[in-house]
Design a protein around this ligand. Structure first.
Ligand SMILES: [Zn+2]
Length: 299
């Protein structure tokens, strides 16, 4: 939220006799691998009273907190690839009718250097033939609608697990140059998996897409709830259908080399309230304890 908006919100709250601006009503701790573009930060918010609702906003994005106990909430915050390094305000608005409580914290986002990778793929994936132009636009619109969806209930539980046992072989966020043509940065993590390797769901969720797409080939998208979504690409076989409810470890399909690829591997994308974050950051943060002094999180 821009500073001006925060100040405006504060003045609005102060103008109402019932509203309280009380930072001491909140204790915020965090867990993160780092505070950089592409990272997930989990915040734990302890409150003095039982809030009926809590809203959390950062980088102009509303993230969905969930209740852990009467006076404890948690929220996963995604630092998108394009977030500029520097100080960013995280705002918290809690309600305990008739009172409203507000506080802010500052997140200091450190810069991150992303590698550049050069790949050679079949030409139709760099300069697609005109007859697939409509298909590409339609598929992009469908995926954008999924990234924008906000299933109100949380289906996932900690921890998130890796979908395959193989090592990752390509970094999240790499600047990608296909056949000497720059394309959007790599918005996921690739695993060096052989064709046929079962791809297992990293957590609970509901399948919202299971079909062949132009760039991502055999594709399965799992909605974990509260704006957290996983996409698995380049599959050689798909074992689920839209609507299938999955649990951690359930088979979603098999690794393949379909779509825009140089060879067999598994591509895993995670979107958190639309932000592009590293799936491995989600996996690591989901097993981390909170620390009182989270680097980069200031009062
Ligand atoms: Zn990939």
């Amino acid at each position: 939220m821009p500073i001006v908006a925060v100040l405006l919100l504060w003045s609005l709250l102060l103008a109402q006799p019932a509203a309280r601006v009380q930072s001491q009503a909140f204790d915020v701790r965090g867990a993160a691998r780092g505070v950089q573009p592409g990272e997930v930060v989990r915040l734990t918010i302890d409150t003095a009273t039982r809030f009926e609702t809590l809203a959390v906003e950062a980088f102009g994005v509303e993230f969905q907190p969930y209740r852990v106990s009467d006076t404890r909430w948690q929220v996963l915050i995604g630092i998108d690839l394009d977030v500029a390094p520097g100080r960013h305000v995280v705002s918290f608005v809690g309600t305990h009718p008739p009172e409203t409580f507000l506080t802010t914290r500052t997140l200091i986002v450190e810069p991150k250097e992303f590698r550049t990778r050069r790949l050679t793929v079949e030409p139709q994936y760099v300069e697609p033939p005109p007859d697939v132009a409509d298909r590409i636009v339609r598929e992009a619109e469908r995926l954008n609608a999924i990234w924008a969806s906000r299933t109100p209930e949380r289906l996932w539980v900690e921890p998130f697990v890796r979908p395959v046992p193989d090592p990752p072989n390509s970094a999240f966020g790499s600047r990608s140059i296909y056949n000497n043509v720059p394309r959007s940065p790599h918005g996921g993590t690739d695993f060096l998996s052989p064709t046929g390797r079962p791809v297992r769901s990293p957590n609970h969720g509901r399948v919202v897409l299971a079909e062949d797409l132009y760039f991502t080939g055999g594709t399965v998208v799992v909605d974990h709830g509260l704006g957290l979504v996983s996409l698995f690409a380049h599959l050689s076989a798909i074992s689920v259908r839209p609507g299938t409810v999955v649990a951690p470890g359930d088979e979603l399909g098999r690794v393949g080399a379909t779509g825009r690829v140089t060879g067999p591997h598994l591509h895993w994308t995670v979107r958190l309230n639309g932000t592009r974050v590293d799936p491995l950051s989600l996996v690591e943060v989901s097993t981390m304890p909170d620390t009182a002094a989270t680097p980069g999180l200031l009062p």
